[in-house]
Design a protein around this ligand. Sequence first.
Ligand SMILES: CC(C)(COP(=O)(O)OP(=O)(O)OC[C@H]1O[C@@H](n2cnc3c(N)ncnc32)[C@H](O)[C@@H]1OP(=O)(O)O)[C@@H](O)C(=O)NCCC(=O)NCCS
Length: 145
Amino acid sequence: MNDDEAHASGTPGPHGELFLRTLAMPADTNPSGDIFGGWLMSQMDMAGSMLVRELTHGRVVTVAVDTFKFQKPVKVGDAVGCYGRVIRIGTTSVTVKLEVWVRPPTLTGEPQKPGFQVTEAIFTYVAVDEAGKKRPVPDSARAAE
Ligand SMILES: CC(C)(COP(=O)(O)OP(=O)(O)OC[C@H]1O[C@@H](n2cnc3c(N)ncnc32)[C@H](O)[C@@H]1OP(=O)(O)O)[C@@H](O)C(=O)NCCC(=O)NCCS
């Protein structure tokens, strides 16, 4: 079942396409032992930039991050997936909504538990040329809007 089918059937799941998958490691923790929020923000920025880079066929930079929500803590060993979808395409900018879902580890052979959402945020990127100057988003990108 893909994301759209899951939502149509009422099954909760991530919105958007998976752009980054990684593992939360002990080196990424804060002093309380949970995963550091800054690490999660960095993973999301990478996922969003990959989405927008593919869409605009070139270099992009992050210009804004809005409405960050940390809903649940991430634990060491969680499999972390960053999902993204386009919510606005401007002249030179693309705004995406990113969600992070985690799957706790299954160390004892029991069935994989369903994942759950831990974070969401809105990121805006600007398409830039080799000199770092803004460039128009190609028309081909608008089909994804
Ligand atoms: C991104 C950058 C190239 C924009 O250059 P600029 O000539 O000042 O461009 P503008 O002010 O015209 O903005 C360009 C686009 O970004 C959008 N934008 C600018 N600030 C924004 C903000 N705070 N929130 C949302 N969108 C914003 C503008 O609306 C415009 O979109 P549009 O063309 O689709 O209408 C420039 O600001 C820059 O290089 N910033 C640093 C980027 C960076 O280093 N990011 C990593 C941070 S560690």
